[in-house]
Design a protein around this ligand. Structure first.
Ligand SMILES: CC(=O)N[C@H]1[C@@H](OP(=O)(O)O)O[C@H](CO)[C@@H](O)[C@@H]1O
Ligand SMILES: [Mg+2]
Length: 550
């Protein structure tokens, strides 16, 4: 076929370094940008095949989220805006690792396994979307490599240029639902979200200018550019002071949601006044974390768990007011703070599920409920409403016979649905929802923080020669290999009060992650250190032994 000749020819311009092996991980391929050109080209090929298979638009996102500036990455977005299915992640890995001379065989293998019709005539009703984040210097050329891959297989593409990861997911969904989810443009995204936000905040009539103020750390990434672009649509209902907007600082360097969450401290480059609400996005604006410092200068973090609690409390109250019997659940991972799980289960009495790390797992679990609120502790999350739930809310909101209180609640629910980007966690959409909830409930950030108190915790990384020696079970909460590791962790955890600890190989970095929580910060730090030592000794640690934190 002519396409295969073209693939052969073009792939020579994007050669694979012999012997290089990469894995489609928790969130696509991610590594130093210099090793990614051939991967990008091949993901262009795979996106075209996925598009032919699903007869739909597929998204290709070039980003490395919160990683340092010199890294980059790529992931595919499936037709409804969700992450690509696991079988195709496997194909992505096979294709990325095929040596130059084996590429066509690997490609034909996918075509055969998936029974893909390569006939040109089926091409006319679909095309690929594609976007770049070029706040990383490497993005422009890597994006071109994706486009080369798409065209080599005779696919069509549309370059959305600079957009956030969630904006791409949103537009893929809009495109494939023929506009039912919204207009497939960035402008359409702003209009839908901001209109819903303005409708919501109408219910907060006595909100002062002070309460409307929010400090945003844009992580020197794409979110900063996009929130500035969106501001005029907010009609002054939210006053944003934007820092780390990319004009001078380095992407994700000492700033952004991941830095704030892991370091448990404020980012550099922002002005924080005591008691004021602040938030940080990550580099591709699919995560958000809130925080403030109190009058004594003490830093307080409101992470994904606190966000999930705030949102589910709000939704539960509205469901009661609306008299709607819809089941609501919160989906978390092992990294969720133990206090949050206890509060959700014991006080709020909502269903709580725990899944493996990685949004695709949470998203999937959340789809099983009428309303599924899912958040990773690091601030990546959203809310999913089943079709039936959305229909019930709409019926109630439009029914003229509904009494005033129920109708008000139904309208609030309807606008809540519209302010949320249901395709994926979205810093901008989550920010608008949180700001609306705080305004409607006249709640300060301190009152939100006081809903429950986090257990002190610590996250560490351990370098080992091959992190795949660690295998886990029970949503990654227990290690089944190497021998003796789980027993060692169990023994250490017993030494501390209210303690919990687990380890797992990271899907985005070449490290083993260690998590520990306990009654005091000192205990959490000591436990994390002791567990790190156990990993180092039992799982093939490299470099020096982990040092104590104190
Ligand atoms: C502890 C942690 O925050 N892990 C992150 C991180 O995955 P790891 O597999 O832990 O490297 O990056 C993922 C992609 O952004 C995110 O989904 C996940 O929550
Ligand atoms: Mg991200």
């Amino acid at each position: 076929m002519a396409e295969f000749q073209e693939v052969s020819k073009q792939s020579g311009l994007h050669p694979k370094p012999a012997g290089l092996v990469l894995q489609y991980g928790t969130a696509g391929f991610r590594t130093n940008a210099k090793d990614l050109d051939h991967v990008m080209f091949r993901m262009g090929l795979l996106a075209t095949l996925r598009s032919k298979k699903t007869k739909a638009t597929i998204g290709v996102m070039v980003t490395a989220s919160h990683n340092p500036e010199e890294d980059n990455g790529v992931k595919l977005v499936d037709p409804m805006g969700e992450m690509v299915t696991p079988t195709w992640e496997g194909y992505a890995t096979q294709l990325a690792n095929a040596e130059q001379e084996d590429l066509l065989t690997a490609l034909k293998d996918v075509i055969e396994k998936e029974d893909i019709n390569m006939n040109k005539q089926t091409d006319s009703h679909f095309y690929q979307t594609f976007s770049i984040i070029n706040s990383r210097h490497s993005s422009a050329s890597l994006s071109q490599a994706v486009l080369d891959g798409v065209s080599a297989l005779g696919g069509k593409s549309k370059d959305y240029g600079l957009v956030t990861t969630p904006q791409l997911h949103y537009m893929v969904c809009c495109q494939n639902t023929q506009g039912k989810y919204g207009e497939a443009t960035v402008e359409g995204y702003y209009k839908k979200l901001c209109q819903a936000f303005i409708q919501l905040t109408k219910n907060a009539s006595n909100c002062t200018d002070d309460q409307k103020h929010l400090t945003v750390d844009g992580a020197n990434g794409i979110g900063a550019l996009k929130v500035r672009e969106m501001e005029s649509h907010l009609k002054k209902e939210l006053h944003i002071s934007l820092f780390n907007d990319g004009s001078k600082g380095k992407l994700n360097h000492q700033c952004g949601a991941d830095f704030v969450k892991v370091q448990q401290k404020a980012p550099t480059g922002i002005e924080m006044n005591p008691g004021e609400r602040c938030c940080s996005y990550d580099g591709d604006a699919d995560r958000i974390i809130y925080y403030y410092s109190d009058s004594k200068g003490q830093f307080h973090l409101l992470d994904g768990d606190k966000i999930a609690t705030l949102i589910s409390t709000f939704l539960k109250e509205l469901l009661t007011q609306a008299g709607l019997d819809l089941q609501i659940a919160v989906v978390q991972t092992a990294y969720a703070n133990g206090s949050s799980t206890r509060y959700l289960e014991d006080t709020m009495k909502v269903i709580v599920r725990c899944t493996k790390t990685g949004v695709k797992h949470l998203h999937h679990a959340a789809q099983e409920f009428d309303i599924g609120v899912y958040f990773e502790a690091n601030g990546h999350g959203t809310v999913l409403f089943s079709k039936a739930a959305q229909e019930k809310i709409q019926q109630l909101a439009e029914n003229t016979g509904t009494d005033d209180e129920r109708k008000r609640a139904a309208l609030l629910l309807q606008n809540t649905v519209n302010v949320i980007n249901q395709t994926v966690g979205d810093a901008i959409s989550d920010m608008l929802l949180i700001e609306a909830i705080l305004a409607i409930k006249s709640m300060t950030v301190q009152q939100w923080d006081a809903i429950y108190s986090d257990l002190p915790n610590r996250q560490l990384k351990v370098k080992v020669s091959d992190r795949r020696v660690i295998d886990t079970t029970d949503a990654e909460r227990r290690a089944v290999s190497p021998d003796g590791l789980q027993e060692a962790i169990d023994g250490l955890v017993k030494k501390y009060r209210q303690a919990r600890s687990f380890v797992r190989p990271s899907g985005t970095e070449d490290v083993v992650r260690v998590y520990a929580e306990a009654e005091t910060q000192e205990s959490a730090d000591d436990l994390a250190h002791e567990v790190s030592l156990a990993v180092y000794r039992l799982a093939g640690g490299v470099g020096g032994e982990p040092k104590p934190l104190h």
